[in-house]
Design a protein around this ligand. Structure first.
Ligand SMILES: N[C@@H](CCC(=O)N[C@@H](CS)C(=O)NCC(=O)O)C(=O)O
Length: 238
């Protein structure tokens, strides 16, 4: 089994899943992680798009089967290795609806908010006003939905962590980065700490990232980005 990925929220979903499966006692076959260099455009090569026609990371290659889309990969692994990460019966549909909610809403909206907040330095600020308001407002609405779902629950679908939490966590944890203020949403804020405290999540997030940088950018990495003109490098550590 091979995972072609990069150190980004959609990539971390799958490496967290590997680690949670191992934590649950599953003996995974030998798997290989291949880092795709997005800035060099490795996602556009014929070799890559043969497995992932959408030309985005991650893609899982399991023998003759290639699966693109991070949430489909979570579901594939959840089906292949039966654990409480993708329960059966009623719990399955509870989990899948929140998984698809992430894929259709939180991922694209947080991704766009992040992009306009951090990466579009060359765009006239007046032109960014509408998308920032639109995606910022929608991101907060989604956080409100998640907050209500988490009331009285440790995890999105109840007492146990599922692939719905794994899909949501890498995007929500980056709230400072995307400047979506989740702090008034107590259930979400506490859930972020709860998920973060899991050893498998810690290990999953560390794929492709030096340990000291897991939760913040090192001075060296910021300097690299500053050279490219990105304002993210100028932000103080929060
Ligand atoms: N819906 C896709 C989104 C994948 C995605 O946007 N991947 C980003 C990194 S997080 C990527 O490959 N970006 C490179 C590019 O757009 O060229 C998924 O969940 O797998």
């Amino acid at each position: 089994m091979e995972l072609w990925t990069a150190a980004t929220p959609n990539g971390w979903k799958v490496t967290i899943m590997f680690e949670e499966l191992i934590e649950a006692g599953i003996e995974l076959p030998d798997f290989k992680i291949r880092t795709i260099n997005l800035s060099k455009g490795e996602q556009f090569t014929d070799e890559y798009t043969k497995h992932c026609p959408n030309a985005k990371i991650p893609v899982l290659i399991d023998g003759d089967t290639s699966v693109m889309e991070s949430c489909a990969i979570l579901q594939y692994l959840g089906d292949k290795y039966q654990t409480s990460l993708l329960p059966e019966g009623e719990g399955r549909w509870q989990t899948l609806q929140w998984l698809y909610w992430q894929a259709a809403n939180v991922g694209p909206v947080f991704g766009n908010k992040l992009s306009y907040t951090r990466y579009m330095d060359d765009v006239d600020p007046a032109k960014k006003e509408h998308p920032l308001t639109r995606f910022g407002g929608e991101a907060l609405r989604l956080v409100g939905v998640l907050d209500r779902q988490l009331a009285g629950r440790d995890y999105v679908c109840g007492e146990d962590l599922t692939i719905a939490d794994i899909a949501l966590y890498p995007w929500i944890r980056g709230y400072k980065w995307s400047k979506v203020d989740i702090t008034p949403y107590e259930n979400v804020f506490n859930w972020v700490s709860r998920v973060r405290a899991r050893p498998a999540v810690e290990r999953g997030l560390a794929y492709g990232v030096p340990k000291g940088e897991i939760d913040q950018w090192s001075a060296e990495r910021k300097a690299q980005y500053r050279k490219g003109g990105a304002s993210i490098a100028a932000n103080p550590a929060e």
